[in-house]
Design a protein around this ligand. Structure first.
Ligand SMILES: Nc1ncnc2c1ncn2[C@@H]1O[C@H](COP(=O)(O)OP(=O)(O)OP(=O)(O)O)[C@@H](O)[C@H]1O
Ligand SMILES: [Mg+2]
Length: 505
């Protein structure tokens, strides 16, 4: 090799190393990456044929994944590869170079060398740390191109980088696959078959849900605690055209205004003490997707104004920033208060109210859809792993009657909790009355609101107060009894205070 030839070949090798470092993350398709890696090796070493062997899992045998020739074509029938070479590389973990296979004593009697007249062979392992994940093998029959020690050094360096890119691509493919499966699971969870209910009121709500799926109109979901507001919001997202994009939710009740504002809109670094870095708000993160504003009735006038801007102009501004950004989010909001009344009483902006509730979906409380109680009981039993493990499939007649007659202030969430509780308590294969929590049993059906002439809302508040009293003011226990979260209870208590009730400790 003349000096000039050597320089050209060194340059080519450096370029090939550069190329492989470039393609490490740029070729998402695994097969394409392997072909590209082989083509780079062949063109740099002027090999006639090149093979890459990989194992799919550490336990498996290696198999040929790509076979390419100098014309950058796949070789249909790769024929034999020098098994002797492969075995040696696998055993030693070191690259192997044979410049003249015919005279090399290590190849005596090697059929493949005889058969294909192979002159020169170079093989190097692909390693992940110390484990050999594959091999790169090149050969040549011409005397004019015999591999050299330089080729060997190049291929060893190249293989190190190729191994990283192959592992990377495999990992990415696996993550993509996993992600697809998870997304499918989520979507399945929010399919309509998993939204249980056949009562007329509930079906009316569902039919509205179906009608808003394909549009981006804002939807307001109203319903008491535990009636399925979030479930419906997610169902709208995961069954609509935005299902591949993000669904983000923010609870807006009982949060300090500044905290909520920074969560929703983000801020610019330095805009207030503590803003040590820029922060992306949730509206920006949900761009292209759906944003669920839970307990919207609680938001402050400042946030109401900012939200109105998002709804009106599709624009928002980070705190401390003077430039606006365009965001495309579908807004679904939920409240367990009567938002119209909030407007009437001047606590909620009327213009925002009309923007939010282009469509309102009212979710009925469970006591107004009692026909659905047995369906829900069976749904939760069937979906409980614990019930499956204990082989619990039903309730006694008395237990069913107690469930059917109960007031269900915590609605479906409470029913779900009661079933979980009963599954833990029961010793047999059928849930009996004795397995139900005291709250369900102590309730007397005659206390239904019909008899009192009170509204549902008053009834609910009365019920909370009496439970609180029975629990000697212990809020945690009261929330448990009611089957609602502590947060919801606190929120309801705040409402009571506003209504002028004196809360006993
Ligand atoms: N129709 C339904 N079918 C099956 N499960 C339901 C149904 N409605 C609600 N659930 C389940 O009940 C629980 C409470 O629902 P969700 O959280 O959507 O209620 P919510 O109205 O948002 O309550 P809160 O006001 O307390 O936030 C969830 O586990 C949900 O999956
Ligand atoms: Mg909720």
């Amino acid at each position: 090799m003349t000096n000039q030839e050597k320089n050209t070949s060194d340059r080519k090798e450096i370029l090939a190393l550069y190329d492989i470092s470039q393609i490490i993350n740029s070729i998402p398709d695994f097969e394409e990456l392997l072909s590209k890696v082989m083509d780079l090796v062949i063109s740099t070493t002027r090999a006639e044929r090149g093979f890459m062997m990989l194992r799919d899992t550490p336990q498996e045998e290696m198999s040929v994944k790509v076979a390419r020739n100098l014309e950058q074509k796949d070789i249909d029938n790769p024929g034999e590869i020098s098994q002797t070479t492969l075995n040696q590389v696998l055993e030693t973990g070191e690259p192997l170079l044979t410049s003249d296979a015919k005279t090399d004593p290590r190849f005596t009697g090697s059929e493949s060398v005889m058969l294909y007249n192979i002159r020169s062979v170079l093989c190097t392992p692909l390693k992940k740390q110390n484990e050999i994940i594959g091999l790169i093998y090149i050969d040549s029959r011409t005397t004019s191109n015999v591999f050299t020690d330089d080729d060997k050094a190049f291929l060893a360096a190249f293989a190190n980088m190729a191994a990283i890119s192959i592992e990377n691509a495999r990992l990415q493919a696996r993550l993509r696959q996993e992600n697809l499966i998870l997304k499918k699971e989520i979507r399945h969870h929010y399919q309509f078959d998993n939204i249980v209910g056949k009562s007329a009121k509930f079906l009316a709500a569902l039919s509205l849900v179906e009608r808003v799926l394909d549009s981006t109109v804002p939807v307001l979901i109203q319903g008491e605690s535990g009636t399925g507001k979030e479930l419906i919001a997610r169902a709208i997202h995961y069954n609509g055209p935005r299902r591949e994009a993000m669904f983000l939710a923010q609870y807006c009740g009982a949060l300090p205004e500044t905290l909520l504002e920074s969560e929703l809109f983000g801020y610019k670094k330095g805009s207030f003490t503590g803003a040590t870095a820029n922060k992306t708000g949730l509206f920006e993160e949900a761009d292209g997707g759906t944003f669920f504003l839970d307990e919207i009735g609680d938001i402050s006038p400042t946030i109401q104004a900012k939200l109105l801007r998002v709804l009106q102009d599709g624009e928002m501004r980070r705190i401390g920033e003077n430039k606006s950004i365009r965001v495309d989010v579908r807004i679904i909001s939920a409240t367990n208060r009567n938002l119209k009344q909030e407007v009437a009483e001047g606590r909620f902006r009327e213009d925002l109210y009309y923007r939010l509730n282009v469509v309102t979906i009212d979710l009925p409380p469970l006591r107004e859809r009692r026909d659905d109680i047995p369906l829900l009981i069976h749904y939760f039993l069937e979906n409980s792993q614990q019930a499956a493990a204990k082989k619990i499939s039903d309730l006694t007649r008395e237990a069913k009657e107690a469930m059917a007659g109960y007031y269900w202030p915590g609605n479906i969430r409470e029913l779900e909790n009661v079933i979980s509780y009963a599954i833990v308590m029961t010793k047999g294969s059928i849930i009996g009355v004795e397995d139900l929590p005291g709250s369900v049993l102590s309730h007397k059906p005659q206390a239904e609101p019909v008899a009192t002439g009170k509204t549902m809302h008053q009834m609910e508040l009365d019920y909370i107060l009496s439970t609180l009293k029975a629990c000697q003011g212990d809020r945690k226990r009261t929330a448990n009894q009611l089957g609602i979260s502590l947060r919801t209870l606190q929120y309801k208590l705040k409402e009571l205070k506003q209504d002028g009730h004196a809360l006993e400790k």
